[in-house]
Design a protein around this ligand. Sequence first.
Ligand code: SF4
Length: 217
Amino acid sequence: MTLTDELVIWTHEKKCLKAVDSLVKNGFGAVYCATPHDAFDCIIQEAADAASVGFGGSMSIVGLGVESRLREQGKEILNHANPALSRAEKMDIMRRQLTCDLFLSGTNALTLSGELVNIDATGNRVAAMFFGPSKVIVVAGRNKLVDGSAHDAVQRVKNWATPPNAKRLNFKTPCASTGFCSDCNSPDRLCRVTTIIDRKPRFTNVIVLVVNADLGF
Ligand code: SF4
């Protein structure tokens, strides 16, 4: 590893640790993970007593590769991402995610003051992040950190997360072709539900894993 690499990791570590400290002050569980492998281990450990595990459609979670391990362990996997599912089957799985034992999600942004900021089209993912599941684990790669306000985080989502998501899902939005948000009124508009979770929800155990690696977008 070069000196530059070391310094980049060190700088990100300081930011991640600041976010962890803020999250703890805001009542969340929060863990610093030096590597994606550490995050993988943490999820498998936290899932030990879960019979059902819901997946919110996060590319960060996909990147960790936990689903196959949990499936091998005999967990009920609630993942609506399979393109072979009908609309009715997807809706059923999304509703069941709301009462699963463990819900796994990424976050579109995490401010250094410990706020989780997300934008959804359907709202199923954000709903499950704050009420319903017994436990929620949110994985935040270092690329999701925002040194600014929740408003700044929304701008981060609309300019860095939604455009590649719209392109990935083949949605016909302006950002899917330009890479920039134009606050569209497209029928395919993804930005329909915006949430700021600024303190631990009263009845939900939310644990945020802040990972010193780029995960998702
Ligand atoms: S408002 Fe429209 S253009 Fe802007 S990020 Fe959302 S979907 Fe893209």
